[in-house]
Ligand binder design. Structure first.
Ligand code: UDP
Length: 325
């Protein structure tokens, strides 16, 4: 049985990974300041309410738990907010991650799985995007994650016993098919959640940001991955590290995408509600298309998607939205 320390385990993606670790029989300790997470979302193991900036509590907790691996989710994730308040992002996403790596090195702990993002690629020239594509983030959020990846790579090079896997998430969506956990942010900016909240009547219309992109229907294309498939990718990364296969960087996506208009059509079909949609100007910093080449993850770990089905993704998200009331 493995002992896994999870920062941000009370958040959207973290809570689905904690669930998967529990199903696998791992012992889990979640460390979360609950700034955006929810204690009731932690379905397995213990929760310590703590901040990564609190080096004393962090070290005490790690010393007591002695994890075999650490999965680091805790971060800010809103692109627009990162543009408005970059220091908030560098402090939490880059500096606090550094605090964590320092604590791990002091305690001689290894095996880190790091939540990275497709935002590190900026506006890629080619799709699907491979991991070798030069990193060129176009906002502080992507830059803050890219910097942490770089620190991990340098640490890996300097310390033979230290290993990490950085997972670059594409567009994560959907919820626990059993309806226990899902996305629960105060202000929803992501397309699927926003569309479903519009169907529910929380917003009076859905804006489509840009209809003049060089794509077949003029709207942006994204690679939407179900959160449980992403959770499975973390377990695959964990096996990779524990088996001593060394450090790696993997894209997490299905390898094909859907346009905004296609997502809207599925959301209308699944909900049965013909909510109001309006064309709006492009949103700053949106690449026309962002699709993962995930062959490296599949080949290195044997990971295979189980929910590569936009309708299923939207249905699980809709079931969750309805539960939220
Ligand atoms: N989008 C949209 N209306 C919305 C929210 C998002 O048209 O209310 C578009 C957005 O411009 C992008 C795509 O949907 O092309 C996915 O955006 P999201 O914020 O979900 O994820 P991102 O790709 O930015 O990480």
């Amino acid at each position: 049985m493995k002992r896994i320390f999870v920062t941000g385990g009370a958040g959207y993606i973290g809570s689905h990974v904690v669930k998967a670790l529990g199903e696998r029989g791992c012992e889990v300790l979640t460390y979360d300041n609950l700034s955006t997470g929810h204690a009731e979302a932690v379905l397995h193991g213990d929760l310590v309410r703590g901040d990564l900036a609190d080096g004393t509590l962090l070290r005490e907790t790690l010393r007591g738990f002695r994890p075999d691996a650490v999965i680091h989710f805790a971060a800010h994730i809103e692109v627009a907010e990162s543009v408005a308040d970059p220091l908030k992002y560098y402090r939490n996403n880059t500096l606090n991650a550094l605090n964590l790596w320092e604590a791990l090195r002091e305690l001689k702990l290894s095996n880190v799985i790091f939540s990275s993002t497709a935002a590190v690629y900026g506006i890629p020239e080619h799709n699907p995007v491979t991991e070798d594509t030069p990193l060129a983030p176009i906002n502080p959020y992507g830059a803050s994650k890219m910097m942490s990846e770089r620190v991990l790579a340098d640490l890996d090079a300097s310390a033979p016993d230290f290993n990490y896997v950085a997972l670059r998430y594409f567009n994560v969506a959907g919820a626990d098919p059993q309806g226990r956990i899902g996305q629960k942010y105060r202000n929803a900016t992501h397309l699927i959640t926003r569309a479903l909240k519009t169907a529910k009547g929380e917003y009076d219309r859905l804006q489509v940001f840009g209809s003049d992109y060089p794509t077949p229907d003029g709207t942006c294309i994204r690679d939407y991955i179900h959160v449980d498939d992403l959770a499975a990718a973390h377990l695959a990364a964990l096996d990779h590290l524990i088996a001593g296969r060394g450090s790696a960087v993997f894209n997490c996506g299905y390898g094909h995408g859907y346009s905004v208009n296609e997502v809207v059509a599925v959301a209308k079909r699944v909900t049965g509600i013909d909510f109001r949609v309006e064309e709006a100007p492009r949103r700053a910093g949106d690449p026309p298309a962002l699709v993962a080449d995930s062959r490296r993850l599949r080949a290195a770990t044997g990971w295979q998607p189980r929910h590569d089905d936009l309708e299923f993704i939207v249905r699980t998200a809709w079931d969750w939205e309805k539960r939220l009331g």
